[in-house]
Design a protein around this ligand. Sequence first.
Ligand code: AMP
Ligand code: MN
Ligand code: MN
Ligand code: MN
Length: 273
Amino acid sequence: MVFDLHCHTTASDGALAPRELLARACEQGVTCLAITDHDTVDAYLELTGFGNAGVALCYGIELSASWHGRSVHIVGLNLRPQCEGLRTALESQQQSRRQRAEVIAKRLSQKGIKDALAGATAYAGKGMIGRPHFARFLVASGKVRDEQQAFRRYLGSGKAGDVQSGWPTVGTVTSWIRDSGGTAVLAHPAQYKMTNAKLGNLADEFVQAGGTAVEVVSGKQAPELTRRLAELANAKHLLASSGSDFHRPGQAWSELGRQSALPADVRPVWDTW
Ligand code: AMP
Ligand code: MN
Ligand code: MN
Ligand code: MN
């Protein structure tokens, strides 16, 4: 089995439509896929009744949360998307995204960048709007060279467009996932750039809230990082998840199903399925 339990479509900030993503997953040899768009499960609507071509689909989502003033991401796997409580929660997340986009645009206009809301919205289409859509707008309007520079100058940590939107706490988000029958997974811990001690505290709170897994592997990563995260998983009695965090073709480190292997001494999250 080849698992990929973290990737994105045009329903959030990915470049491929859900059917294109599924076809690519199949080409890449993935046999079990979770699509984890930011704060939405809409991609799955486009896949109902669509031949899955040998790829088993598992419901997924990537939810935005806050932890002591920082943004963190919690992946939910195998949840029930029809669950009433989850639907209400997602409406609120989606409203937060729209409101945050307005604030980002206002902050950018104070930096002399006009019409960013309309520009980013055009890239988001019907999908969840996020900072990557603003990045694309900034590139297209010639303000920056590429999306990396857009994050470095305008959207990344501490910059004007890094709007703390009051995401719900890790505890709240984790209970949404649990209450809808899903497994809560702490996403890509290395991205938070925390010390081991801080990451340990985050993991403790996450476990207390009912979280049961952590992404030991996110894309192609250095063996030392895999070791560090496997130790975290084992120390906190968390199951190990693995995903590419694929957003678009052409990024070799995040190709569907091509992420680094899970080490032998962790228990994969799919062991319990
Ligand atoms: P948002 O969910 O709107 O806060 O945007 C976060 C998303 O932006 C992440 O899921 C990544 O896809 C993307 N992202 C975050 N940091 C960077 C970066 N430095 N360069 C490019 N993309 C980034
Ligand atoms: Mn993203
Ligand atoms: Mn993420
Ligand atoms: Mn992601």
